[in-house]
Structures are given as structure tokens and as C-alpha cells.
Design a protein. Structure first.
Length: 85
């Protein structure tokens, strides 16, 4: 699954266009490397996202094409969450 679509389906980022912009801005890394929106995401991958004052590290658990809102958090596991000053 594409990275921008995974970020939207998992509801880490609300809109796919915003997910694409965040990736193009260099604020998302996949397994330690800066990732493009079309990068392929698979279970076991580690994503790091910079949200201005917050840095989040998550592990991808599964990549189904669609899920209900109440199941979105089951697609990933938060590994680390830190505040950036």
C-alpha cells in the first residue's frame, strides 16, 4: 500500500492530499529513510512522523485497503511519542 494512502486509512493524517504534502515536505521517514508519498508500506515497517511540536514513531501492523473508523488504530502500534521544543 502507498504511504500516503496508509496514513489516511489509518487516520494518522485525516486527508490523503495532506498526507502527500507532509511526505513531500520531508516530515515522514520509512525505516529510517525520508519517504516519498508513493513508497510501499508493509507490515513490520517503522514510520517516523514530525508534527511540529510532536514526533511519533509507529510500527505498521497491517495494510488493508479500507477499514472502519473504530478499527483504524489496529493498523499500527505506537512505538514512541516525544514532544519537540
Amino acid at each position: 500500500m502507498r504511504l500516503d494512502k496508509f496514513l489516511k486509512v489509518s487516520r494518522i493524517i485525516k486527508r490523503r492530499t495532506l498526507a502527500k504534502e507532509v511526505c513531500e515536505g520531508g516530515r515522514v521517514s520509512l525505516n529510517g529513510r525520508t519517504a516519498k508519498p508513493g513508497a510501499e508500506v508493509k507490515p513490520g515497517d517503522i514510520l517516523e512522523l514530525d508534527f511540529g511540536t510532536k514526533r511519533v514513531k509507529v510500527e505498521v501492523i497491517s495494510t488493508p485497503p479500507t477499514v472502519r473508523a473504530d478499527q483504524a488504530k489496529d493498523l499500527y502500534r505506537t512505538v514512541e511519542e516525544t514532544r519537540v521544543l
